[in-house]
Design a protein around this ligand. Structure first.
Ligand code: G3P
Length: 222
């Protein structure tokens, strides 16, 4: 499972990259709005930080397919041809994905709340489909269950599209999809940090250091 950061705070991305084995960064318009900076300024900085080969996903905001395609061209021009263009899986978006796929442009179908959206996006040629796990849970649907169904639909139909699971609010949601072997997960920094947060682990590490210092003296190491 590829492991991405769902954020546009450059300092935070830098910090997470320092500690964790990250494959790239995803953004959306709401995440970019939180930065209160011009989108391309932030995105250029992120691209520079993660390097030209890392995954970067950037969303188009137009409502019409032709305009989405034009945005995709501008995004790729500014941020590199391997940037994934996120396109909402609505009818105009499915049309845009088909056009972009025929041009060899990488796309991520986004705003996915149902398996049927994911199936149609995959048939249209999307590289990734991004089901919103926690947002589905909030609607009383089964976010993890639907994401597993989407993964199975791709596998059983021989579709090359991979799941890029998004909208996580806790470690359990990440674990479930990790166990299922979905293609990728994009996770907000606070949830990433929560993946290793465990008082028992911290207490065990403290006890080891304490016992060693009792034996050899304070501040001593092997
Ligand atoms: O881009 C999709 C994802 O970021 C949505 O996450 O936390 O807004 O539900 P969230």
């Amino acid at each position: 499972m590829r492991f991405l950061i769902d954020d546009a705070n450059v300092e935070k991305i830098k910090e997470i990259y320092t500690y964790y084995p990250v494959d790239g960064v995803t953004t959306n318009p709401s995440i970019l709005a939180k930065s209160k900076r011009q989108p391309y300024d932030v995105l250029q900085e992120i691209r520079e930080l993660i390097g030209p080969d890392a995954d970067l996903h950037v969303q188009a905001v137009s409502r019409k397919a032709e305009d989405m395609v034009a945005e995709a061209h501008r995004i790729r021009e500014a941020l590199g041809e391997n940037t994934y263009i996120k396109i909402p899986a609505v009818p105009e978006g499915i049309r845009a994905i088909r056009i972009l796929a025929s041009e060899g442009c990488r796309t991520t179908a986004t705003a996915i709340y149902t398996p049927m959206q994911a199936f149609l996006a995959a048939k249209a040629g999307a590289d990734y489909a991004a089901p919103y796990v926690n947002r589905m849970d909030n609607l009383g649907a089964d976010g993890i269950g639907n994401t597993k169904i989407i993964h199975d639909i791709f596998q059983k139909n021989g579709l090359k599209t991979q799941v890029l699971a998004a909208s996580f609010k806790n470690s359990y949601q990440v674990l479930e999809l990790c166990c299922y072997g979905v293609g990728a997960a994009t996770i907000a920094p606070d949830v990433i940090e929560g993946l290793l947060k465990n008082d028992s682990v911290a207490a065990a590490v403290d006890a080891f250091i304490h016992d060693f210092e009792d034996l050899c003296g304070e501040g001593k190491t092997m």
